[in-house]
Design a binder for this molecule. Structure first.
Ligand code: PMV
Length: 329
């Protein structure tokens, strides 16, 4: 039997953010979070397990990857090997259209696809919940790329209880993310180090304490398709997270000057009646959320802001899924 499977996963954009772990090794988050999968961007990963022992091999867009990125993948695959009682090495081939390291949640799609492909290759037959739990060990936000559409991550207190589930399918609301790219440079401090620093900020405690309430209000706003309510929560939450980052020791500044220009423009556009709300991940690029009917106008205006290099756009996406073998049905 070929121990081989291919899976596809989308990145996600958080409406209520995950920042800081209560348990770093297990990536148990300090607070619950909420996101939407981005169907316009994807990672497709094939995992082939071989009987031979030796280092795992990783290729991203056809280029061999070594060093810390491959070690992180290997450490993740060790969990899967342990679950399946398998000792051989893996060859991981990943194709992605997500620019890495610019706050577009590339690791979320990467580890969701890897978890789905690796567990299927070893015939583990995991439930969606267990797959989400597994993906979380690779990158916290990856657990939210496993279920489809609009997704909530239940923080939990133990490994088994920290998982994401779908609050509504992608068809529920034609909400779009227009990503204003202001920098394509790899970020200097990755999110794993950022999570570690979160607790050094005096604002971390209040942010974490108030996050469950924002998640509840966000869930309600999504279920009611209430853009105004969602806009208020999403912007407040993004500012909270960046305030924690900026007040950590040592501080983390992810914003570029153009970032603030886009944020201020978005608030002005909303005051003028255009339905748009901003959020940011651990990077300088701004995600402009809007209903489908406003996408063209938001993209046009964003493209015209000084400092914006290009815009990407995406509607809601499905969950992580196994693709049929090449030449198969
Ligand atoms: O999953 P990580 O460790 O890459 O953390 C992601 C953190 C943010 O993207 C900044 C926020 C989030 O909830 O996605």
């Amino acid at each position: 039997m070929a121990r081989r499977a291919t899976a596809l996963a989308h990145p996600n954009i958080a409406f209520v953010k995950y920042w800081g772990n209560r348990d770093e090794r297990l990536r148990l988050p300090a607070n619950p979070s909420f996101s939407m999968n981005l169907g316009g961007l994807r990672t497709i990963t094939t995992v082939t397990f071989q009987e031979a022992e030796g280092p795992d091999l990783l290729f991203v867009n056809g280029v061999p990857v070594e060093g810390p990125a491959r070690e992180r993948v290997s450490a993740f695959l060790d969990h899967v090997r342990r679950m399946a009682g398998f000792r051989g090495r893996a060859v991981v081939e990943s194709i992605t259209d997500i620019p890495p390291g610019v706050g577009l949640a590339s690791s979320a799609a990467a580890f969701a696809a890897l978890a789905a492909a690796a567990s299927a290759a070893l015939d583990l037959r995991l439930s969606e919940r267990d797959l989400s739990t597994l993906a979380r060990l690779g990158s916290g936000s990856a657990c939210r790329s496993v279920p489809p559409g609009f997704v909530e991550w239940v923080a939990g207190e133990r490994h088994e209880d920290s998982y994401a589930y779908s609050v509504a399918p992608p068809e529920h609301w034609d909400l779009w993310d227009v990503i204003a790219v202001v920098s394509e440079q790899h970020k200097a401090v990755g999110s794993s180090e950022g999570h570690r620093r979160a607790a050094t900020s005096p604002l971390h405690g209040p942010r974490v304490a108030t996050a469950p309430e924002r998640v509840s209000r966000c869930r309600e706003a999504v279920l009611r398709r209430d853009f105004e309510a969602l806009a208020e929560i999403v912007e407040t939450d993004a500012i909270w997270m960046h305030a924690v980052m900026m007040t950590s020791r040592p501080p983390l500044f992810y914003w570029e000057p153009a970032t603030l220009i886009v944020l201020q423009a978005a608030r002005r556009w909303r005051e003028e009646g255009l339905p748009v709300a901003f959020t940011l991940d651990a990077g300088p690029n701004v995600h402009l959320l809007c209903p489908a009917e406003a996408v063209e106008e938001v993209a046009r205006r964003a493209q015209g802001v000084p400092g914006v290099l290009r815009v990407l756009r995406s509607g809601p996406g499905g969950g992580a899924r196994i693709l049929p073998p090449e030449g198969g049905p």
